[in-house]
Write a protein that binds this ligand. Structure first.
Ligand SMILES: [Zn+2]
Length: 286
């Protein structure tokens, strides 16, 4: 079929206007980083008009599946102690089930040496040790918590403005003794600074822990959870819905902290990942 040239010119103008009216593609998903402590983004096919998100698992743990630019992606949290090499993602159920392979490379995180004057928080008394062990078990359950939601906000804002002090993944030594790696991001803020939730969600738990001090867990849905530690005061309760930027409490140095700061952790499919991968400044470089 032939169209008059004038019609085609007009059509081109209309198409251009439509293209300009559609906002630029926003990279809402976190930045991919296929290393321990990072995130793998695994394409699962195009989003169809009525199709539901495919389901995916890493071993027995369900994994967040989210859409970007018309594609489904499994957004897979990679544990700091995950071995490098090839891993399997289980996708779909029954006859539809398939295995997708993905690679995890190595990353050598820097070392951090910390001197704590309060030795009771380094070499624990039997009572403190029993308390800390019980709390670690509770926190492990919270990390693996799963709540189905239609969508998950992965577009995170920094919970407080401040210097990024200790980064995620640092291999830590307390008074010369090797300890677990730093599984969060520390933001240096004076005591009493408002701490705001990084994204929309629901308060999963609040508690006062031996190591983490006064802590808030926010569940963003589908296995994405954020944790805010060492607070001086908590202003929310478990079950409260929260919107991005809503105040959770005030910063402090409760628990094991050498000074006032926010320790912010982000969990995906039950494992701690680098919170900075969720911040816009990093996503835009993808
Ligand atoms: Zn920290």
């Amino acid at each position: 079929m032939l169209f008059p040239r004038r019609f085609l010119t007009r059509l081109a103008r209309v198409c251009l206007l439509i293209a300009l009216a559609v906002p630029a593609i926003v990279h809402a998903l976190p930045k991919a980083s296929n290393v321990p402590g990072g995130i793998a983004l695994i394409p699962l096919g195009p989003v169809s008009a009525q199709g539901k998100a495919p389901r995916a698992w890493l071993e027995d743990q369900p994994v967040l599946v989210s859409a970007e630019s018309g594609q489904w992606f499994a957004v897979v949290g990679l544990a700091l102690d995950l071995p490098t090499g090839t891993h399997d993602l289980h996708v779909g159920e029954g006859v539809e089930q398939k295995l997708l392979h993905f690679e995890v490379g190595s990353k050598r995180y820097p070392e951090q040496h910390i001197t704590l004057k309060d030795k009771s928080k380094v070499n624990l008394s039997p009572t403190d040790e029993a308390r800390a062990i019980a709390e670690i078990a509770t926190i492990k359950e919270l990390k693996r918590h799963w709540r189905d939601t239609d969508s998950t906000e992965t577009d995170f804002a920094l919970p407080a403005e401040g210097r990024l002090a200790s980064r995620f993944g640092l291999r830590r030594f307390f008074n010369g003794e090797p300890r677990a790696p730093h599984a969060g991001l520390d933001v240096a803020v004076p005591r009493g600074t408002p701490i705001r939730t990084s994204a929309r969600g629901k308060v999963l738990a609040v508690d006062d822990y031996f190591f983490n001090g006064k802590t808030v867990f926010v569940d963003h849905g589908n296995g994405l959870i954020s944790m805010y530690c060492h607070l001086d005061r908590i202003d929310v309760q478990a079950g409260d819905p929260v919107s991005q930027g809503q105040r959770l409490g005030l910063s402090g140095m409760t628990g094991r902290a050498s000074g006032p700061h926010l320790h912010w952790s982000v969990m995906l499919n039950g494992v701690m990942v680098d919170p900075e991968l969720f911040l816009a400044a990093n996503r835009n470089t993808r």
